[in-house]
Design a protein around this ligand. Structure first.
Ligand code: 9L3
Ligand code: MG
Length: 146
């Protein structure tokens, strides 16, 4: 039997931790808020759960509150993170949280051309960014859609 060494000298090099992008799932009266990107050009027209990159000095919850204020002009409270993490591209990974809308009405202030409150039946009809497809499916299952 070959001897298996497990010391640090045979460990693969650790991958650098991926930067987290947080996105918020706003649910109201059984509807989900979707935002259509206007920027960057490569993503324009795609639908997403709004959010953005966590800054190095922030907690994910703080980044969520900041991003949804900047992008939609609303005040939210993070509720819970969905199980899972979805790769965006090398070094970037998406985490999704449900959030409660505390104040304001979402408006496309930054990086979006449109926001829409979707009935469950409308959710699968939109062109979601690839990373958002699976978390949106999870959210839909929670909304009790078929
Ligand atoms: N992204 C994907 N799904 C999302 C969000 C908020 C972001 N729900 C992707 C789009 C960009 C990258 O993450 O490639 C960074 O997002 P942002 O900071 O430009 O919003
Ligand atoms: Mg963003």
């Amino acid at each position: 039997m070959p001897e298996h060494r497990t010391g640090p000298e045979v460990s693969p090099p650790a991958a650098p931790a991926a930067r987290v992008v947080v996105a918020g799932a706003l649910l109201r009266g059984g509807r989900l808020l979707a935002a259509r990107r206007s920027a960057p050009a490569a993503l324009a027209g795609g639908w997403e759960l709004p959010g953005g990159k966590v800054e190095p000095d922030e907690l994910p919850e703080q980044a969520l509150v900041r991003e949804l204020r900047e992008e939609l002009g609303v005040l939210v409270r993070p509720l819970r993170r969905l199980p899972g993490a979805w790769p965006i591209r090398a070094g970037l990974v998406l985490h999704v949280w449900t959030v409660e809308l505390l104040a304001g009405e979402p408006e496309p202030l930054e990086d979006h051309s449109e926001v829409r409150w979707l009935e469950p039946a409308e959710v699968p009809l939109l062109a979601w960014l690839p990373q958002d497809v699976e978390p949106v499916r999870l959210l839909l299952a929670e909304l009790g859609a078929p």
